[in-house]
Write a protein that binds this ligand. Structure first.
Ligand SMILES: [Zn+2]
Length: 88
């Protein structure tokens, strides 16, 4: 039982950090938050792997030099005001 869980984790861990340029679509551009790996465990204790994705949204932001840019950032960064949104 325990070895099964370990091998499941190892197969998932290919998707975990580092996110060096390749799979950036699921990563927040501000805080680098990405997919979180874990298990979903049923009432009968069947263990399956589960990936929690960050709640990423496409947002137009204004950078310090005044230019607009479209980024994929998590809703936590939007809520905490870590970017200046370009409101039309
Ligand atoms: Zn973020």
């Amino acid at each position: 039982m325990r070895t099964v869980i370990l091998t499941a984790l190892r197969s998932v861990s290919n998707l975990t950090p580092p996110y060096n340029g390749e799979v950036m679509a699921r990563v927040c551009e501000i805080c680098q938050k990405g997919p979180q790996i874990g298990h979903s465990i049923s009432h009968a204790h069947n263990v399956r792997r589960k990936i929690w994705l960050p709640n990423l949204q496409r947002v137009r932001i204004i950078e310090e030099n005044g230019t607009h840019r479209r980024v994929r950032i998590c809703t936590r960064c939007i809520r905490s005001g870590r970017v200046r949104k370009a409101v039309s």
